[in-house]
Design a protein around this ligand. Sequence first.
Ligand SMILES: Nc1ncnc2c1ncn2[C@@H]1O[C@H](COP(=O)(O)OP(=O)(O)OP(=O)(O)O)[C@@H](O)[C@H]1O
Ligand SMILES: [Mg+2]
Length: 326
Amino acid sequence: MPIAVTGSIATDHLMKFEGRFADSLVVEQLDKISVSFLVDDLQVRRGGCGANISFGLAALGLRPVLVGAVGRDFDEYRGWLEDHGVDCGGVLVSTTQHTARFVCTTDETHAQFATFYAGAMSEARDIDLAALHAERGFDLVLVGPDDPDGMLRHTQTCRDLGIPFAADPSQQLAFADGETIRGLVDGATYLFTNEYEAALTERRTGWSADEIAARVGTRVITRGADGVTVQAAGQAPVEVAAVPDVLAVDPTGVGDSFRAGFLAAIEVGLGLERAAQVGCALAAGVVETTGTQEYELRRGPFGKRFAGAYGSDAWDEVAGVLSVPE
Ligand SMILES: Nc1ncnc2c1ncn2[C@@H]1O[C@H](COP(=O)(O)OP(=O)(O)OP(=O)(O)O)[C@@H](O)[C@H]1O
Ligand SMILES: [Mg+2]
């Protein structure tokens, strides 16, 4: 049975301005501001947490179902995802709004003007996950960052239907109040956050680490280059080191790829330690590339890297069950 990944689907439009914004701003005229910058470089990157996580699961041989809301401009992105093994059967196409878009211009001093348009993402709340589950029968649903009402609805559907779910509120935690976060986290089979988000979850919900541990099956806290802690209910925490000697080029999407690796491993029956190792190994490749879906997994180099970090016995165990392409 497939994993469903609910979450944002977006593109990033990134431009570079060869100058200083500050030289064009007239501080005394800010109430009449109207400036335009001529740029030479535009990069369009595919992203959105739901799409990134689905892409990673598919790269590891699974066939995830992406669930999210987009605009009519999605066709090209859909083609890319489907070519890479993602089932886009859970994607709702808005008739009135464009796909979510992040537009950012950076100048030579790294100053930025950025805008996020949520657009069609706000229609994620209209997606009927129960109907999709009736058709396909999901093993697990990941509820990733998305329209907050959509996240709450999908989480509640999982609870109502008894579908195991992974809570991955990520950047939406910053905007959510305690009640919302409690609604997203309670009863999750897996709760994913980074270290900062873990502390934020505790502060906003008012639940201690022990209380959260009692409400979720397994809590996974990523710590960047310091690796990850996995705490399963009633067991000693498992600490897994990040892959060493990684040349960090672009951290965007690293958390998403960790989740994809972790869940792909769980899906094929590996234990928590191996799952965290697969997550770290996939994430290492993403930190080293610019963009979030620009990597291509090959069994040879992936296996070499995994075995180098965690030992060849561990790799043999992983290689026996996970279909990394040759
Ligand atoms: N510099 C690094 N070197 C090696 N591995 C890294 C590095 N940064 C991140 N990772 C891997 O990626 C995992 C997730 O990283 P991190 O905790 O930074 O996620 P995050 O804060 O959610 O990232 P983001 O939200 O920016 O995608 C880590 O547990 C680690 O395995
Ligand atoms: Mg993150």
